[in-house]
Design a binder for this molecule. Structure first.
Ligand SMILES: Nc1ncnc2c1ncn2[C@@H]1O[C@H](COP(=O)(O)OP(=O)(O)OP(=O)(O)O)[C@@H](O)[C@H]1O
Ligand SMILES: [Mg+2]
Length: 694
């Protein structure tokens, strides 16, 4: 272009600043500025629209502002320049106004334009407002130096490439929000695929022929993703012969067990936890069950006796010696019971029983004195300790495993033990109902394959399959298809998977001193991360599930675990998790409550931008937060049919008008549903026993 820069700016001018406050700039648009298409940028282009950019020329560079609002205001006097003809009667005159939100500064250097976030000095009134050239627009949108993955283009900025940095996008949790059909699942599937492709092409890595060392785990309640990732990833599905979904019940921690069994916090949960602890410590499943139980009992009383001794309870003031005496009496009774379970000729407990009896007998009578001296107490501790060693006890047994360690046990043994425990402690009436419930659930054939005793998987092979092997040899993505998991356990399964992943990464960091970057994707997040009432006494499965996601959202970053939540009901999501999300990809949102919530999540000066949310077409979204250099409207990359999650809108018309066929075989469906084999007769077809005529 032959004109000088100053002239050039003048030719792009559309108005002047009229009002300035720290978060808002009002612009009066010149009368002669074009309406629809501006030809003065060199090439014809649309006049600024909502959410597009304008520049305000100041001495230190151009301030970049995003248009929030455009309107016509009737001015009581004409805004004619120059000569005023006082003889004429002025009629109200339509004036165009625009409100814009300052975002940053665009400076010109030898290499081109450079965009910086943040505005140091505000413009003054009267300063000219110009429309940016294509080159300037690209400089604004394509700013930032870590542009690693291209996710789409910006229709507002000459279709400049919109790129993100995965460290930012996934590192501090991302929420993808929008109405049904607005394109969330496509965006999520796209983000995973584009990231994988881009990292494979990235320069600098060794071993470029193998897939990237990435780890994505998708919790997919609708079964939409297997189609997309079956080649490059692992898909776990209920009933799949090659890779069935398996989350055995011995993986679950006590909170998950309590929610599964709906155990009441006061009477049932403590018993359930005690039984779990026994299971984890092999008290029950060991072949030499009785002596293992004695060993565990001795371990626990040895710890107590030593601590009582060091506290000085047996010779302290009343009532502590009496309490110590009561303890010994109780231990004596329990030892006698355990003695009954041992072989008749086994005399390893005799010595201990003798010492207990002697201690007890010395304090019987009318006015007993419960005090004892150090020598006597030492004698007791010694005899417990030597008996403990006789039963094979060692220092390791003195640190019993907590009830939450994933050691293997069988569901059947657990129920039997729980029942025995309840009888022993006289709590049968409290847990009768609980036992019945656990038994019914465990007997349910729909659950057996997912949680039951027949599953033969170790923690190690589970982690390899679900999180991925060393160097991601078995693929970068695992899809956990929860669509066929029975509703009673789907929350527990999701919670266990999420927790196992989180705890595995915590342990990885402890061992290696570095974090293992992993992304956990939660589709339809409102089912698993649903807000709950905190005061509820019974911990329902949904709230236990939400709590683990809350924990991941708070602490996951430290261990390299990033969350991606996709939801159509943001107002139902847990506020803790949402407030921990630092990036947002917002698709069309038309519901009032959801819009209100999203408005509350973003800073004040960006609210104008969100007014476009109800009218976004599908595949377009606004990216804002930590991952975006500046809030930006993105038209996401196109996904081919086989790359899209399977959730097309139903095609009523094509089926109605017979353009597409839909054959039906309900018999096949009912056979599958009732889990009948191919040739089994259908009982429903037989007439029932004849009823007598009434
Ligand atoms: N990036 C894209 N490339 C191609 N098509 C897309 C893209 N994004 C959205 N679409 C179209 O939009 C449709 C709906 O998208 P999608 O299934 O992702 O919506 P959704 O928000 O996940 O809906 P729901 O809440 O019901 O799960 C898709 O079937 C597809 O035709
Ligand atoms: Mg979806």
């Amino acid at each position: 272009m032959s004109i000088f820069p100053i002239e050039h700016v003048a030719s792009l001018r559309i108005g002047a600043v009229e009002f300035v406050s720290p978060n808002e700039i009002k612009i009066a648009i010149d009368l002669e500025a074009p309406d629809g298409i501006a030809a003065n940028a060199g090439v014809p282009r649309a006049f600024p629209r909502i959410n597009s950019y304008v520049l305000i020329s100041t001495e230190s560079g151009h301030i970049v502002a995003q248009v929030e609002w455009i309107a016509i205001e009737r001015s009581p006097f004409p805004k004619r320049k120059g000569f005023h003809d006082y003889g004429l009667v002025d009629l109200p005159f339509p004036l165009r106004k625009m409100r814009a939100n300052p975002l940053g500064i665009l400076r010109q250097s030898r290499a081109g334009f450079l965009f910086e976030r943040g505005v140091h000095g505000f413009p003054s009134v009267g300063e000219p407002v110009v429309i940016p050239t294509d080159e300037q627009l690209r400089a604004i949108v394509e700013s930032g130096d870590r542009r690693r993955v291209k996710i789409g283009t910006s229709p507002m900025a000459a279709n400049a490439d919109v790129c993100v940095d995965p460290d930012r996008l996934f590192g501090r949790h991302l929420a993808v929000l929008g109405n049904t059909g607005s394109g969330k699942s496509c965006s999520v599937a796209g983000l995973i695929q584009w990231s994988i492709t881009a990292s494979q092409k990235a320069p600098g890595g060794e071993n470029k022929s193998s897939p990237p060392n990435a780890r994505f785990i998708v919790l997919d309640p609708n079964g939409e993703y297997p189609k997309v990732f079956q080649d490059e990833g692992r898909v776990f599905r209920v009933g799949d012969t090659a890779s069935p979904l398996e989350v055995p019940l011995w993986f679950w921690n006590s909170a998950e067990w309590c929610s599964f069994a709906q155990a009441s916090a006061r009477a049932q949960a403590p018993l359930l936890k005690r039984a779990l602890r026994a299971m984890r410590n092999e008290e029950f499943s060991h072949p030499e069950r009785s002596s293992v139980r004695v060993k565990m009992f001795l371990a626990s009383i040895l710890i107590t006796a030593k601590s009582e001794r060091s506290k000085g309870s047996p010779w302290a003031s009343f009532p502590r010696p009496k309490n110590f005496f009561d303890k010994i009496c109780k231990w004596n009774d329990s030892t006698e019971t355990l003695r009954g379970h041992l072989e008749a000729e086994d005399d390893r407990l005799e010595n201990l029983l003798k010492v207990f009896a002697a201690y007890k007998n010395a304090r019987l009578g009318r006015h007993p004195k419960y005090d004892s001296d150090l020598r006597e107490v030492d004698g007791i501790v010694d005899v417990i300790s030597s008996t403990f060693t006789e039963f094979g006890g060692s220092g390791r047994d003195l640190l019993p495993k907590s009830e939450d360690v994933p050691t293997k046990f069988s569901g059947q043994d657990f129920v039997d033990y729980l029942e025995a425990l309840a009888q022993e402690t006289g709590n049968e009436q409290y847990i009768e109902f609980l036992l019945a419930r656990i038994r019914t659930l465990l007997a349910d054939s729909r659950m057996n394959g997912i949680i039951g005793d027949d599953i033969d998987i170790s923690v190690d092979s589970w982690l390899k399959a679900y999180i991925g092997e060393d160097d991601a040899k078995n693929g970068c993505v695992s899809v956990i298809d929860l669509s066929l998991v029975p509703a009673e356990i789907v929350h527990v399964i999701a919670a266990v998977v999420a927790r196992m992943v989180f705890e595995a990464l915590q342990r990885y960091k402890k061992l290696y001193g570095m974090s293992l970057p992993t992304v956990l994707v939660v589709e339809e997040a409102h089912t698993f991360v649903k807000r709950y009432r905190e005061d509820a006494e019974n911990q329902s499965a949904a709230s236990v599930c939400c709590q683990i996601f809350e924990k991941i959202s708070r602490e996951g970053r430290k261990f390299g675990l990033g969350l991606v939540l996709s939801s159509q009901r943001p107002s139902e999501l847990s506020p803790t998790v949402l407030s921990q999300c630092n990036s947002f990809l917002l698709h069309r949102v038309s519901n009032d409550r959801d819009q209100e919530l999203i408005h509350r999540l973003v800073p004040d000066n960006l609210r104008g931008l969100l007014r476009e949310l109800p009218s976004l077409p599908s595949q377009q979204a606004i990216l804002l937060g930590w991952a975006a250099e500046l809030p930006i409207m993105v038209r996401m990359n196109d996904l081919k049919d086989h790359e899209r999650p399977h959730s097309d809108d139903p095609d009523f018309w094509d089926v109605w008008s017979r353009k597409k066929g839909r054959p039906i075989d309900w018999a096949e469906i009912s056979r599958d549903w009732q889990q009948r084999s191919e040739d089994a007769p259908n009982k429903d077809d037989f007439p029932g026993p004849e009823r007598p005529m009434s």
